[in-house]
Design a protein around this ligand. Structure first.
Ligand code: 6PG
Length: 248
């Protein structure tokens, strides 16, 4: 279903179907890029099943691991080994077993504060991109994965926090979170996240229905303000789909 010109909602049966649809879209984006592909991952619980799938026989052998670079859209400012760390989750589930270490681009959390981490990650992104200014004709990422929180946040862009208004910096520190876990965060900003060929939101479960209803109705929330210069897809399972979208 088209939401507007380049935003679409795709409904799938359940979380397993959602993970498979997401894995297939990642594969397609990797295959479409003959050079090195850049995939920006997300934290939270939504992508776990997808990450497991990428490590499974069905996908692992098909991914040209040497040619794919993995980034993270936001990080909790906790040690790299802390179970709350977003990249630690992705590494534990699939990256450490599959990807060359040099292709895993984590947000450093061993610096003095989130702002220093943000500056360092921004430098890393700029050096990977090969320029300090984003060119809409040459997106930074092939695909950016996203989730949505109960307050409408995405990555660590929380409602009414300054980070959501950032237009220059690619990465910023967020001293305080709006929802659990209440640890400082580091997040990519709208310009950096949006610099992608495809943005893929994963939304599953009845507990997501209320916030998804608000986002789809166009309320001013970070998740609704975050979209790709290319294509933005919301992969939604049946349980999360708002009443008035059923049967459309
Ligand atoms: C984080 C995430 C965050 C997440 C949403 C959804 O650091 O927590 O990057 O933006 O995607 O909160 O989280 P769930 O998938 O757990 O619902």
């Amino acid at each position: 279903m088209a939401w507007n010109d380049n935003r679409h909602v795709i409904t799938v049966a359940d979380p397993a179907a959602l993970a498979k649809a997401a894995a297939d879209r990642i594969m397609a984006r990797i295959e479409a890029n003959p050079g090195r592909a850049a995939i920006c991952l997300t934290g939270g619980s939504s992508p776990r099943q997808l990450y497991q799938l990428l490590a499974s026989d069905a996908y692992r052998g098909r991914i040209p691991w040497d040619h794919v670079h993995w980034f993270i859209g936001d990080e909790r400012f906790v040690p790299a080994t802390d179970p709350l760390n977003n990249m630690a989750m992705a590494r534990r589930i699939f990256l450490d077993a599959c990807a060359p270490a040099d292709n895993i681009h984590r947000i450093p959390t061993d610096l003095a504060d989130p702002d220093q981490s943000a500056r360092q990650y921004e430098s890393e992104l700029k050096s990977y991109y090969g320029a300090g200014v984003l060119n809409p004709a040459r997106p930074l990422f092939d695909l950016v994965l996203m989730g949505v929180g109960p307050d409408g946040h995405t990555a660590s862009l929380f409602p009414d926090y300054p980070a959501i208004e950032e237009t220059e910096r690619w990465v910023v520190g967020v001293p305080q979170a709006h929802v659990e876990p209440f640890v400082p965060r580091v997040t990519l900003t709208l310009p950096a996240l949006g610099s992608c060929r495809e943005m893929l939101f994963e939304v599953a479960g009845a507990e997501k229905r209320a916030i998804l209803t608000r986002v789809l109705e166009g309320e001013n929330l970070p998740a609704g303000r975050t979209y790709s210069l290319g294509q933005t897809l919301w992969l939604v399972d049946k349980a999360a789909l708002p009443e008035n979208f059923r049967g459309r």
